[in-house]
Each structure stands twice: as structure tokens, then as C-alpha cells.
Design a protein. Structure first.
Length: 322
């Protein structure tokens, strides 16, 4: 597919990786950025920067003019805000605004960065794209992504040529606007984590995730969904792999589940008063305890997507975050 691309969320880990891949493929890219200074610092020089925000519909209508493709990667992946309504403002209403702008511009393809969190799976179970969870999930973030995903589905009937990409936890050599797996790896190396939380997460390397987005744009059928995830690891396994790959650092002990829950509950109560993030956000603990294993077999089979094994991708990630 050709034509200018509009990218939202370009200064985040997912979006900046997509921008790098698009530019490397010779595509013309325009990115909506709230801060031109950050955009210049994070994105390739070839990317055209336009100031705007997904919560500002007029800015999106201006930005999408002349674009044939939209990559909507903007969103808030955090697990705590003093005012949780921001999840709805950005993840849900921001998506609604981008949908409206894309429909008015009659774009040829709308690539939506969703999440693995919207699918149904029992704790610790394997799952794929088959079943979307009809029940509200356990965190503000997850529920906002469920709502946003439904908006994109509804827009299919209005002619939105959307495809859905579902990343797991992303890491790799790209800037992250929010704390995540890159931050965890860096803190392990610096010895800043006294105890590990119980549980774990599925992971995907940022350059692979970007490649999967581009494959979805060019190969996927409208309405198709693809999980992009490489492997599942407990936090202990991740810490061990990081320490082994770096040749430095220590693997902390695991905090007992009862202690983690107590610290999280007390921290959430205190945070509701002082308006600062708790030590262990309830949403973070909730995600780590799901421990379900998403399968990317469909993406590998239908898109020809090939993920990099975690151990092989760690050296470049460690070099970046160190």
C-alpha cells in the first residue's frame, strides 16, 4: 500500500518503533505530536511533525488531510492516574476522534493498536484471537481499551477499513513515554528493585511489533485481528535473563502474594489522598496475576510475521536502556 501515513502516538514506544519501520520502508510519514520538541528528539528526521492531540478533533482532521493510511497507536498504557477518567478521555474518546477524522478523509487503511487484554482467557491459559471478553475487565486501562476496541468494530459498518493489532508487553531499543518493561530491565541492572512482584507477562520486541503493524496494513483483511506476542516469562525469569545477558546485577527475591496485595491496597488508599502513584498499582498486580499465554500463530501463519526470541533481543535492549 502506498500514500502518506498519519501516525498517532509516535513519541511512545510502540509509535516510535512504527515510525522507524515506516521510514525504513521508504514511506512518507506524518506524526501527530503534542510536543514538537519531543517529536524532533524521538522520531526520524524524515517524519513530518504536526502539532495536535487525539483529544482535539480539529487537529486530527487537519492532520489526516492528504493521508491514505492511519496508524492509531496513541494511548495511555499506565495502570494508575489520580483521575482515572483520563483513560476514557484519551483511549476511548481519542479513538472516537481519530475514527471520525479517518472516515471523513476516506482513508484506505486504519491500523489500530489494541491490546492482548481485551481477549477472554482463564488465568494461566493459552488463548488466541477467537474470543473477545464480553465482561468488563478488572482495571481502568483494560476497560478503556475494551471500549475503544468496540468503537473501531462499530466503525467497520460505517466503512472504516480497520485492522486490529494486539501487542503484548513491549520492550526494545526505542523511547518509552511511560514506565514499562524497558524501565524494569533498567532498574534490575541498577539494583533498584528490592523485591519482585509475583506473576509475569507475555512480551514482544519493539522492532518486531512495528514489523507486524506494517504486515497487517498490507496483508490483513479488513476487520482481521492479530496478536503480536513472542513468549511468556515470569518476572523472575526476566530478571534472571537480564542479569545473565548483562553479566551484572542481581535477581531480587519474590514478594509473597499476600504481602503484595496488602501493600497495593494500602498504597492505593494513600495515593487517593496524596495524588501520587502507589508503590504497587492494583492494575499492575492484576495484570501480572493473569499469567495467560497469548498465541501469535495466526500472525505468523497469515502475515509471515517472525518474532525475535527474548534472549536474542535482550542485548540490544540492555545496550539501549543502560
Amino acid at each position: 500500500m502506498s500514500g502518506r501515513v498519519l501516525l498517532t502516538g509516535g513519541t511512545g514506544l510502540v509509535g516510535s518503533s512504527i515510525a522507524q519501520a515506516l521510514v525504513a520502508a521508504g514511506r512518507s510519514v506524518r506524526a501527530v505530536v503534542r510536543s514538537r520538541e519531543r517529536g524532533q528528539r524521538v522520531l526520524p528526521a524524515a517524519v513530518e511533525l504536526v502539532e495536535g492531540d487525539v483529544t482535539d478533533p480539529a487537529s486530527l482532521h487537519r492532520a489526516v488531510d492528504g493521508c491514505a493510511v492511519v496508524y492509531h497507536a496513541a494511548g495511555l498504557p499506565e495502570q494508575w492516574f489520580a483521575d482515572p477518567s483520563i483513560f476514557q478521555q484519551v483511549n476511548v474518546q481519542g479513538t472516537a476522534n481519530m475514527i471520525a477524522a479517518a472516515l471523513d478523509a476516506r482513508v484506505e487503511r486504519f491500523v489500530y493498536s489494541s491490546t492482548i487484554d481485551i481477549f477472554a482467557a482463564a488465568p494461566g491459559a493459552d488463548y488466541d484471537e477467537t474470543v473477545i471478553d464480553p465482561q468488563p475487565k478488572g482495571t481502568y486501562y483494560e476497560r478503556s481499551k475494551q471500549d475503544a476496541d468496540r468503537l473501531v468494530v462499530q466503525a467497520l459498518d460505517r466503512g472504516l477499513p480497520a485492522v486490529f493489532v494486539h501487542p503484548s508487553a513491549v520492550y526494545g531499543p526505542a523511547p518509552a513515554a511511560s514506565p514499562g518493561l524497558n524501565d524494569f530491565i533498567a532498574r534490575i541492572l541498577r539494583g533498584e528493585i528490592p523485591m519482585l512482584l509475583p506473576g509475569g507477562m507475555p512480551v514482544v520486541y519493539a522492532p518486531d511489533l512495528a514489523a507486524g503493524h506494517l504486515l497487517a496494513e498490507t496483508k490483513a483483511s479488513v476487520g482481521a485481528r492479530y496478536i503480536l506476542s513472542e513468549s511468556y516469562h515470569s518476572l523472575v525469569d526476566i530478571a534472571r535473563a537480564v542479569v545473565a545477558a548483562a553479566g551484572r546485577g542481581t535477581v531480587p527475591r519474590v514478594m509473597p502474594m499476600g504481602v503484595a496485595r496488602a501493600v497495593s491496597r494500602v498504597g492505593e488508599l494513600i495515593s487517593s489522598v496524596i495524588r501520587k502513584p502507589p508503590l504497587i498499582p492494583a492494575g499492575q498486580l492484576h495484570f501480572l496475576q493473569w499469567q495467560a499465554r497469548p498465541s501469535s500463530a495466526r500472525a505468523q501463519r497469515e502475515l509471515g510475521w517472525t518474532p525475535t526470541p527474548f534472549a536474542a533481543a535482550l542485548p540490544a535492549t540492555i545496550a539501549y536502556v543502560s
